[in-house]
Write a new protein. Structure first.
Length: 366
């Protein structure tokens, strides 16, 4: 047991599968989480992300595969034997204990002599020293969340698991805690593995994001790379919003390919295409597009679509959203910042065109 607790290094999952009666929750999953990084498992409900976290914690055992920290194989070991702690959405604080005693509970159970001193030091880290004598019911949701984090950190785990930890907070508190959790992770230098369905949450905090779907990882990388250059339709639609057109690669032109879609010839950089031939889905983010009340002309050839009919205009404060129905291409969204620069005066029912910079388009597997 001591060997497990002393494990140090990267968190490694090797060909991990978890099957239940009638279905497979996690399917041949392999990934490496570098030691000291902030890693996010992102996906919709039922994609297998929480099951993966439970296997790392030891609350579930894999049907196949291995889970290691560094060179130490944790597969088959019990939760209390692992150098892993979990922060749950419910916080699971003891209501009859003070904040200080909640944090000191783990070290006391292990017989640590300076348990209260360690608790005080950890409360200082999460900036709750002034609330050490209060009970959990006397704290706000954000404060309870920080107590739960402190109670996990005081055990000096090699890996800290966060299971939808911000789900119970309102929007303002959630954004504050995103910054706070990133600060804590940077300060302590531990490996954080954060499970969430919230795209903004994952992209704000994590160094690396793995997007899960149906028990497998669809794409993994830095948040900005996943958003700017998705490789599958699922990632393109799950991380933000995308305008997508099913098409076929017709030709190549230097560093570009020509995609035939919805009776348009659209240009796409080879480096931004998941395939160089055959079927492909052409995509561009709404905020990367512009709307015009006249044909943008031959200079936009291959990087524009239209004419279409404007069906809705929505002012959202910093931006205006336009919805445009384009024959054969479906409904497209355009987001333009309200900078008062050449804003069109079009209204629903008017004919419009949409254009974009060719460097912002991408091609994903259909």
């Amino acid at each position: 047991m001591a060997e497990f607790r002393q494990a140090k290094g990267d968190l490694i999952l090797e060909n991990v599968t978890k099957s239940f009666t009638g279905f497979t929750a996690v399917d041949d999953l392999s990934l490496t989480v570098p030691r000291g990084s902030f890693f996010a498992l992102l996906g919709p409900s039922g994609c297998g992300k929480t099951t993966t976290l439970r296997m790392v914690a030891g609350l579930e055992q894999p049907t196949e595969g291995r889970i290691r920290i560094g060179d130490t194989d944790l597969t088959g070991s019990r939760p209390y034997e692992r150098p892993v702690n979990t922060v749950f959405q419910s916080y699971a604080l003891f209501p009859h204990l003070t904040v200080r005693d909640n944090v000191a509970f783990g070290p006391k159970r292990r017989g640590v002599k300076d348990a209260l001193a360690q608790a005080d030091k950890t409360l200082e880290l999460v900036q709750l020293t002034h609330l050490a004598g209060r009970k959990p019911t006397q704290l706000s949701g954000g404060q309870q969340q920080r107590v739960a984090v402190a109670r996990a950190l005081v055990n000096h785990p090699e890996v800290l698991l966060l299971d939808e930890p911000l789900g119970a907070l309102d929007l303002k508190l959630r954004r504050e805690m995103q910054v706070e959790l990133k600060r804590i992770q940077t300060e302590v230098g531990l490996t954080f593995v954060h499970v969430t369905h919230d795209q903004e949450e994952a992209m704000t905090m994590a160094d690396t994001v793995a997007v899960m779907n149906l028990g497998r990882i669809e794409q993994m990388g830095a948040p900005e790379v996943l958003y700017d250059l998705p490789r599958t339709k699922f990632v393109a639609n799950f991380l933000g919003q995308s305008n997508l057109l099913s098409g076929h690669v017709d030709d190549t032109d230097g560093d570009s390919i020509v995609v035939s879609a919805a009776h348009h010839k659209l240009r796409l950089s080879k480096s931004r295409a998941a395939a160089g031939s055959g079927d492909i889905a052409f995509g561009v983010r709404p905020e990367k597009t512009r709307i015009h009340d006249a044909d943008p002309g031959p200079e936009a050839a291959g990087n524009s679509i239209g004419p279409g009919t404007l069906v809705d205009v929505s002012f959202t404060g910093v931006a205006t959203q336009y919805l445009v129905d384009v024959p054969e291409a479906g409904r497209w969204a355009v987001y333009e910042q309200n900078l008062d620069l050449d804003r069109i005066e079009s209204r629903p029912g008017d004919t419009v065109w949409i254009s974009w910079d060719p460097g912002h388009a991408f091609g994903v597997r259909p």
